[in-house]
Design a protein around this ligand. Sequence first.
Ligand code: IPM
Ligand code: MG
Length: 369
Amino acid sequence: MKKSIAILPGDGVGPEVIDQAVKVLEAVGRRFHHDFELTYGDIGAVAIRKHETPLPYSTLDTCLKADAVLFGAVGDPAYGVNAPVHLRPEQGLLQLRRHLGLYANIRPVTGIPKLLHLSPLKREKAKNVNFLIFRELASGVYYGEHGRDAEGAFDVIRYSEKEIERLAQVAFYQASKRKKRLTLVDKANIMETSRLWREVCTRVAQGFPTVKFECMYVDTAAMQMVSDPAQFDVILTENLFGDILSDLGGGLTGSIGLMPSASLGEKAPLYEPIHGSFPRAAGADVANPIGAILSVAMMMDHFKAYEEAFAIREMVQKTLEKGIGTAELGLDTVYSCSQMGDTIAYLIEESEEFNLSAEEMGKRAGIII
Ligand code: IPM
Ligand code: MG
């Protein structure tokens, strides 16, 4: 296949983890004879410094023309919470999500067998952590009116039925392909938008009679994710709750550096590790590139390149199984960020071992959209 991919390394550790993900992408291209055309763009603080805006038009244009976007991270202490809105790196990402119509953010929360010791949960619980968070990404408080008035400040949450329904459809579909359990997380005892989410999701649920649908308040869900994570299969939730719960998911598996994500919508899908820019580690070559590398696997799922996705996941597992990892994983052999990328890319290109049936590989992929 021939695909054009926009590469947006961004800030902090973004560039170094994306370098490793690109090594893996190129190894997949060579090994499986695909032509990946990569075009780089600036976003976030690096774009503010060069172009005085966190999302230059050239970057947006590259993304609009691409088949997929690979994204690192945005955020820089030089442009903190008090910077004016047009000079906030995070705005670059928010604008990009809006322009690409990325409404479905999918964050798999899966324990990795070799790394159960990292989880703050007891081993028996940690090994059963395996769920998907479907976070609404294009609306809610992130895009509502923010402001100050004479007495204080306000942030508006607004959802249309259409915005809820389009995400609910993909989440229910995904649940119907998995363990057939979907939990809508909301705050319907307080919020009118949550009551609308319940109404719309109850309607969508009727189209998926095999899926067991339940609703849970977000405070209870936070507690249940820690005390009994095995009960969850697909979690569906609005933008802000999804932001918070997905970091909690990263905490459950023990290393947020391992977690990939996919954002799907109306135009090119976007793939990114969820760890963020981690400015203190920037440039030190110690960040964990696995979240970024597994994001490339999710991109391959989207291209229906299941063998390629399988190869990436398998070689990540193999590296970890051998006791090799970045420092924070506490394994026997500590590799730098770039050594991890080199190793995984090399294994993908050289290994002869991907002789599973296409169906089996598709099943292992986890995401079927
Ligand atoms: C995330 C991040 C972003 C968000 C920030 C960087 C704007 O925390 O992708 O979860 O809040 O959506
Ligand atoms: Mg977040």
